[in-house]
Design a protein around this ligand. Sequence first.
Ligand SMILES: [Zn+2]
Length: 861
Amino acid sequence: MTVVYRFAALVALSALLLTGCAPRPVTDDSTEAASEPTSDIEEAVESAEELDGLFTLYRDTTDGSLQMLIREDQLDGEYVYFTFTEDGAPVAGHFRGQFRDNEVFRLKRYYDRIEFEQVNTSFYFDPDNALSRAAEANISPARLASQEIVAQDTTDGGRYLINADELFLSEALHQVKPTPSPGQPPTAFSLGGLNSSKTRYADVRNYPENTDFIVNYVYDNPQPLSGGGDAVTDARSVGITVQHSLIEMPDTDYTPRFDDPRVGYFMQQVDNQTSTSATPYRDLINRWHLEKEDPEAELSEPVEPIVWWIENTTPEEIRPTIREATLAWNEAFEAAGFENAIEVKVQPDSAEWDAGDIRYNVLRWTSSPTPPFGGYGPSFVNPHTGQILGSDIMLEFVYLTNRLRQQDLFDAAALPSWAQQSLAEMQAHAAESASANHAGCALGTTMQQNLLTGLQVLQAQNASEIEVTEYVEQGLYYLILHEVGHTLGLNHNMQAHNLLSPEELQDPEVIAEQGLIGSVMDYPAVHLTDDVDTQETFFIDRPGAYDTWAIEFGYDPDLNDENQMQAHLNRSTEPELAFGNDADDMRSPGKGIDPRVMINTISSDPVEYAEGRFDILSETMTELLDKYDESGDSYEPLRNAYLVLTGEMGSMVNSASRFIGGVYRERAMIDQPGATQPFTPVPRAEQEAALDLLRTHLFAPDAFDIPNEIYNHLQQQRRGFNFFGTTEDPKIHARALAMQRMVLAHILHPTVLTRMTDARLYGNEYPLAEYMDDLTMAIFEADADGDVNTFRQNLQVEYVQALASVLDEEENDSYDYVARSAALRSVQQINDMIDGKTGINAETEAHTAHLQHLIDEVLDA
Ligand SMILES: [Zn+2]
């Protein structure tokens, strides 16, 4: 079988290594041995099996222990160190295929020891600058391990034998057990202590360019407080398999490419310590080493293509979709001058390598008990240059199922996981999510919600089975496009869904010509029309305009020319090239500033688009009982459909709410053609339109009107004791309130309210007090003179409590005085509205008295 060397350009070098400096097998050394000092290495490895590769290993044939040989010429050399989880339990912070540390190591000898030192790659010193002599100042080195030399000899310039078990069967080089988070309750699942007698190698692989230790770590916790769920067989003994790879430092003619804020690449962040610039950034983008076979040709095959393997665990019927979606990126590479940049092969069932072998890029397919995602596309690099050395894509079967995650959390299912928290907790969520792993991809999760939303709509509109199959394939195709995009170096673009207006999105010709959205790297809502029968495009079906432009930025050899590069980047103001990623998006309350950078929405006018979506959703909701009437089925699919549809309503109001107090931001450089000023507040009319949408679809007395008999059927199928500790009744009001709270958490967020006031000085025409008047009326006006239904009772009490919290300086010190004054004014307005309210039913009387009590507490305080 063909072996694909991922470190393609290294083949020549590795040949040299093999012939020139490979360690000579000790046993064949008899001729020289007579004249050399007696080697005690020979003695130390007598009963061991020799494994040749980058570092020669000796495996004891009795106990499996490993010794590692280091040659003199390997000392002071640098190696890429890369770890990933081959298998684990998500509850323990490890899942199959999870990429972890990616560092540079240097090996040093200190008298009778070999040291493993991690190299800090975050700083650059111009070697011609005298300051470079102080390059190590105040940069703390990390000597992660120091191993005693157990045997050595002076043949071949010197060879040293160390105990490998102490390095790799421990956490010396890589932290496997996560640091407990400070807020974690003592009863939360946690790993016990590392059991060094149970911990052992699962496999060892040795190749000319990489030495891999696959270690099965075992953590013992004799008295666990949490069982960790079904995927943990026994919490007293938890196994996690981690692969450590030591990789030859690529020594090629690879030229790094520098990052630019207008394009979204994963990167190696480097500070230039000898630069006087205000932005002394020397950030290197992560990209593959693609070279034209014919450098003079406009379009050329690469010297080495990027080769993907479809794992042999992948169901046959979806392999064609996976292959085509992966190859679809070749179109973007053609714009960058490369033909057939990507190749796709299928891992034979008889393959002697497995998907964990880092020499292969594998599109992997798994069905985990608690899927941590639906798709994930990480890569590992040379941290010195950003050159991508390898990559995998993890795809989860759950993506294609009707199974809802968070099954038993009725409040949260199909809403963000934080949606059932209190207002204050939600507002804290932004800070927390800001520190989350930027490389993570949650697309699979949001895509599954999208996919299921569309399925309900298709069914309600009587789509045929073929249409439904095509629809699901489109969803899968899109997921693959997105995850492959990550492995090419691209991070997210949550602004790409702004490409077309709601009107243009009704026109299949416009969509076919321009693409549905600007980039496959977004998390858009599924596109749905009120006639899905004639609709062709639900998800973007090819790399978008932004993607092609970004691939050119990363890969086009012509852009090594600085002028051509600047001209290319100056196109960033073209609408289809708009870019904003996880750092700017507004998914969490109070996070981000530009409402165009958002997830789970689509079109250049998400407020108007949401109006149409609400019509489609309510029609679909009306059809639910008819559509889910299969004899002999339980009602669980109906219940899931209800959760998905209401979750989608939550997404729509959430994205609309971001326009309130929003600011459009532009990342163009000074004097760039077509650029606007960096910050332009959202026009008042657009903010008011967003509030109108919330008034109608989230706050109004009839906002949650659905055929009431649906509620009688929202039943989960019984399984053993699965209602134990909870109850199975549909918690309808809690779900509605969770959606309202989720939006209030943003539109009353201290950051948003302060921004509204600040932005008055640079263009915001919606004064905070006037906005608060409008919000208060949206929540109180409709039933100010009459009876208040139970949804509205919850909402009104929630709102008054939120206002009280704004005013409570002790509880909440982040609101400015302008916001506090506006809140006090709102409380007084509500007081006036409910004062002396008569002729109402008993529950409205009770509710009004409750409000009065809360208001009195605020006003008397
Ligand atoms: Zn992603």
